[in-house]
Ligand binder design. Structure first.
Ligand SMILES: [Fe+2]
Ligand SMILES: [Fe+2]
Length: 196
């Protein structure tokens, strides 16, 4: 898991290429839940990227990295959130048992999605300036928004990986998983079209 990076590993990875988005049709993903896990790992990488960007926001040529993060926040993260809100979470509501306590968990995760949405809007405003090669008038504000976003993301990813995905593996049927895969595949095709 890449969420608890140290300063040392952060420096070592500074020039690493940004990882490509995992593909729903990749046969390595036997279950659509495996794809969601792979996307969570990429979300951890984005948190590290944002941390580095905020650390060096007054110094380095950051336009390329900022553009990559913008692309991720606008497309990949948005699609992933819809996969959960429209596919995974409703399936869990249908299949989980009262003793699973899923309602409270999903309520919290939905509230965090909503908070993420607001924070992403704040981040995009500054990232767009950085992507154009401008300096930020208020880098402290950017740093605070990055810290708020990455803290929420990391907590959220830990909850989903430790609680929601294992529960989904136990409770969802093969038909549920197939429906989830079809839904996720259609959403990615649609996103591809809208990008074209
Ligand atoms: Fe997720
Ligand atoms: Fe989520």
């Amino acid at each position: 898991m890449s969420g608890s990076s140290t300063q040392g590993s952060s420096t070592a990875r500074q020039q690493a290429p940004f990882p490509a988005a995992p593909e729903i049709d990749d046969p390595a993903f036997e279950s659509p839940l495996d794809l969601l896990i792979a996307e969570h790992e990429r979300q951890h990488v984005i948190c590290e990227e944002l941390d580095r960007l905020a650390d060096g926001v007054d110094a380095a040529p950051l336009a390329g990295r900022a553009a990559e993060i913008i692309e991720f926040l606008r497309t990949d993260l948005a699609v992933h959130t819809l996969d959960e809100e429209r596919g995974l979470f409703p399936a869990l509501r249908q299949r989980c048992r009262p003793e699973d306590g899923i309602e409270l968990v999903l309520e919290r995760l939905m509230a965090e999605h909503s908070l993420d949405h607001d924070l992403v809007d704040f981040l995009l405003a500054d990232l767009e300036l950085l992507a154009l090669g401008h300096r930020l008038a208020n880098p402290t504000r950017f740093l605070m928004n990055v810290q708020a976003f990455t803290a929420t993301q990391r907590r959220h990813l830990a909850w989903e990986n430790a609680t929601v995905i294992p529960l989904a593996r136990r409770r969802l049927t093969q038909e549920d998983l197939q429906a989830l895969r079809v839904d996720m595949s259609a959403r990615r095709r649609q996103e591809g079209k809208s990008q074209a």
